[in-house]
Design a protein around this ligand. Structure first.
Ligand code: ZN
Length: 409
């Protein structure tokens, strides 16, 4: 209710004439000028909750530390830019690289990354707070504090023990991406040509049920198609794809979701959160990127170039042969496609900010630019309510359903 009130108030402040008109006789709706549309987008970004389900800040800070409570030189996320863009809930990615699978170190790595996020929130309570529930999100939105929610990218830290799921739930993990770029002991990965389990592993099936029981959302981004269908068949709750886009635009690329999968996801009540990486959005860019990667990998192997030199060589080569960028309209095209398939109730945002490098679309380069997307959505004819749903309403609906399911266990 409060959000609605603020939203209406916000629009009324920016467009006082609109409310007056609706109070009097029903005049035909005014067509907004471009300037007015931008103002409305800015206003909406402030008065609705914006949730982004995948931000790789912890990984970035692990590589090179910066104080994100201030404007940082690098990266896509910091407090001033998040405020400017109207971001209210950032799902911090607790990413554990696949190299730790089976080493007995994954859990510790995950715990350390969670501590890093907790430390940032504890140090800046006026700016950030951990969110453990939908109620926390609302409370912290009203208090003007940016929520950090925790999503674990890669199930490897579960380390074959169901009790570790409880451990991570207690630490605040509210979704788990079952696998990353390699098959693991829970699930096959979309990136692997040779699958290990033909879907979920037998232990992975137990993991899904336990996540349902505890109230952790199941994230199907990164996992193979077969694993996705296993999850759909097993899960008692709606599921999420925290950072995936539509395969319709990148035919044959398993990391994005096919139309059939999006339909199955919607039937389950789940959501797909659009990944902003240009190669997720645009097939031409993806193909160029793949060619580049293959070329430089072969070159490094053929010439026996050692790691540090290889790193620099790769960086310079990719800079000189940059595949180009998608733009905000491409993101809207993905949203349109999902809406056409299943409706507005099943789509949201999972940017992958700080996770896809120099590959973000023109106009969506960092967390300050969500209003540009809202502007394009308004221009495409989406209503304020549609925009509220895709910016947060859909995700919060799923999160609530997962909370309710766990309460009944
Ligand atoms: Zn990812």
């Amino acid at each position: 209710m409060r959000i609605y009130f603020l939203l209406i108030l916000g629009i009324a402040l920016v467009f006082p004439s609109c409310t007056k008109e609706t109070k009097e006789q029903k005049e035909p709706e005014k067509i907004l000028t471009d300037e007015e549309l931008h103002a409305k987008a800015d206003s909406l970004a402030k008065y609705i909750i914006i949730v982004d389900t995948h931000i790789d800040v912890p990984y970035r800070l692990g590589e090179k530390w910066e104080d994100i409570s201030q404007r940082t030189i690098n990266g896509d996320f910091d407090y001033p830019r998040a405020k400017r863009g109207g971001l209210n809930v950032a799902f911090m990615s607790i990413y554990v690289p696949p190299k730790y699978e089976g080493t007995g170190k994954s859990k510790e790595v995950a715990d350390n990354i969670i501590s890093l996020v907790e430390d940032i929130a504890n140090k800046h309570p006026d700016k950030f707070a951990l969110a453990y529930s939908v109620a926390d999100v609302t409370k912290q939105f009203n208090a003007g504090v940016i929520s950090f929610a925790l999503g674990m990218e890669n199930g490897s830290p579960v380390e074959g023990k169901l009790e570790n799921l409880k451990h991570f739930y207690n630490k605040g993990i509210r979704y788990i991406t079952l696998a990353h770029s390699k098959n693991n002991h829970i699930s096959d990965s979309s990136y692997e040509t040779k699958k290990k389990w033909n879907g979920l592993s037998p232990f992975g099936e137990e993991v899904v049920k336990e996540m349902n029981r505890l109230g952790i959302m199941i994230d199907v981004s990164h996992i193979s198609d077969s694993a996705f269908y296993d999850v759909i068949n097993l899960s008692g709750t709606p599921i999420i794809a925290s950072h995936s886009s539509c395969r319709h635009f990148t035919p044959g690329w398993e990391r994005n979701m096919s139309d059939e999968m999006i339909e199955a996801l919607a039937k389950n009540g789940g959501i797909i959160q659009i990944n902003l990486g240009s190669s997720f959005l645009n097939d031409e860019i993806r193909k160029k990127e793949e060619l580049n990667e293959r070329y430089i990998k072969d070159y490094i192997n053929d010439n026996n170039i050692v790691s540090e030199e290889a790193h620099e060589l790769k960086r310079d080569f990719l800079k000189e042969n940059h595949p180009g960028y998608a733009n905000v309209k491409d993101v809207v095209a993905h949203i349109n496609h999902i809406v056409k398939l299943v409706g507005i109730d099943y789509v949201g945002l999972g940017s992958d900010f700080d996770g896809v490098g120099d590959s973000l679309p023109e106009g969506l380069k960092d967390v300050s630019q969500y209003p540009n997307l809202i502007y394009e959505l308004l221009k495409a004819g989406y209503s304020d309510e549609d925009i509220r749903k895709s910016c947060s309403g859909n995700l919060l609906r799923v999160w609530s359903a997962v909370e309710q399911f766990a309460k009944k266990q």
